[in-house]
Design a protein. Sequence first.
Length: 162
Amino acid sequence: MSAPRRLFYCLVLLAAAQVLYYYPQMPEVVASHFDGRGAPNDWSGRNVFFGIYLSMVAMLVGIFIFVPRRSEKRIGFSLKIPNREYWLAPERLEHTRAFFQRQMIIMGVVHLLLAIFTVQLAILANPDQEVRLHSSIGWALGIYFCFIIAWLVHFRIHFSRT
């Protein structure tokens, strides 16, 4: 198993541990949505908050683990990439599949990191008298979007070469 895949599974376990640890400590009603200034503008029950979080983690596992595996097994490997004929030729198909799987798992790691960090900020904001989301969410989102752009550029450059 590759290092990114191990990291992905460790993050899934971390998200589960986060829920198990913080669930009993949270009030019955928690601030679950925040405006651009970090002030809460929506509240939900603790069960709903953590239920949505666990559903989101399960969805990320499905998207980044099971969907790439399933799509690879389809005849023709219908990935839309530049120089498709070159990269899907029989002699390069395994390399293409390995690259695609590695990139998807890296993307999954980044999404899980953002989810865990964001939920942690929401958890930490709730016990305060004046509920407020920490401003570091802005930095986290900025880094996330920069990574997405770099990832897309890397993906495009890789398949543009022949």
